[in-house]
Design a protein around this ligand. Structure first.
Ligand code: AMP
Length: 330
């Protein structure tokens, strides 16, 4: 039997290179070999309180961008989270087995408390529980994610294991983070520190036009240049090399690393090449995004088909879970 794969992206803005190389590129390969579920995480987006006027458009954007990256809605099940109410019920049930202390200790919760001190809602605290429910509702084995999600996957494993132990049944598989390269990766941003993220203002979006991408890359943070031969690049430069590692050929990367190592590097040249190689990845995707976003009939068809397939799988799990917990029909 094929293993089940699940992955989701929050509908909080355009997809960027971090999403693409951290997760989506894996989906495209996986959909042929595995039983795949990919979804637009619109409930998750509520933790930052989007306005009603933006919510639908954001879902539509992520959906169109997902499709433009090569997700095939026939081969995989591509759905919108809020179309599958079974996930909300499983989330409720899983919340009874999640402990406040462990949720408060997660890095992502602590980060959010720092970033949005005026909106520390319970949804932020229980974010890993909803993410766990997203995964185990299809009894998924593999979750293609970037390194930033490692801890949340660990929590999902814990919740699955805890359910099995509590009810004395091997029901949920323990899901594992997955990347074709072996290690979960982190794509850095252009601001010199940290990861590329939708809300960090440091991202190259898949839908960006050529001019915007060149401008963003040319204004990426650098330093004053290497002063000693063979020195290790500091974070802003290491980040540019990390981006190059995913978009450029090995020869190009080796060439610029050599120039750096010999103190002969000109950051302007490095950035020009990087922008060029990013464009080779993003421009074909951008073309497809523009086509798909205007095709409302197609998007509607995709969403309907996805909801139907996702609810069938989710409904089966939920019926079995209710049975295991002890709910019976009168
Ligand atoms: P998000 O945009 O936070 O909803 O993340 C959606 C998916 O993209 C998750 O699988 C993340 O692990 C992945 N992702 C987001 N940002 C990055 C990044 N900078 N590097 C690698 N993966 C990422």
């Amino acid at each position: 039997m094929k293993e089940t794969v699940l992955s989701g992206i929050r509908s909080t803005g355009n997809l960027h290179l971090g999403n693409y190389f951290g997760a989506i590129r894996n989906f495209v390969k996986m959909q042929q070999e595995y039983n795949c579920y990919f979804f637009v995480a619109d409930w998750h987006s509520l933790t930052t309180h989007p306005t009603p006027a933006d919510l639908h458009g954001n879902v539509r954007t992520v959906l169109a961008e997902y499709l433009a990256c090569g997700i095939d809605p026939e081969a995989a099940t591509l759905y919108v989270q809020s179309d599958v109410p079974e996930i909300a019920e499983l989330y409720l049930l899983m919340n009874m087995n999640a402990y406040v202390g462990e949720l408060q200790r997660t890095t992502s919760f602590k980060d959010k408390v720092r970033k949005q001190p005026d909106n520390v809602n319970a949804g932020l605290l229980t974010y890993p529980v909803l993410m766990g429910a997203d995964i185990i509702i299809h009894r998924a084995n593999k979750v293609p994610v970037g390194k930033d999600q490692e801890q949340n996957i660990e929590m999902a494993r814990k919740f699955a294991r805890r359910f099995n132990t509590l009810y004395g049944i091997e029901y949920f598989p323990e899901p594992e983070g997955f990347s074709f390269t072996g290690n979960l990766i982190k794509i850095p941003g252009l601001d010199g520190t940290g990861k590329m993220g939708k809300s960090e203002g440091n991202a190259v979006n898949l839908a960006d036009d050529e001019k915007t991408i060149r401008k963003k890359v040319m204004s990426a943070v650098t330093d004053s240049g290497p002063t000693k031969k063979h020195q290790k690049p500091a974070e802003p430069i290491a980040n540019l090399f990390a981006l190059m590692d995913v978009v450029s050929t090995p020869d190009t990367v080796a060439h610029f690393k050599h120039l750096y190592s010999e103190c002969d590097i000109r950051y302007g040249d490095l950035k020009k090449q990087l922008a060029e190689d990013i464009l080779k990845v993003t421009l074909p995707i951008r073309e497809r995004i523009l086509g798909i976003s205007n095709d409302s009939a197609y998007l509607k068809k995709v969403v309907r088909l996805g909801a139907e397939k996702a609810r069938e799988s989710a409904g089966k799990t939920l019926r079995e879970v209710r049975e295991i917990i002890g709910f019976r029909e009168f």
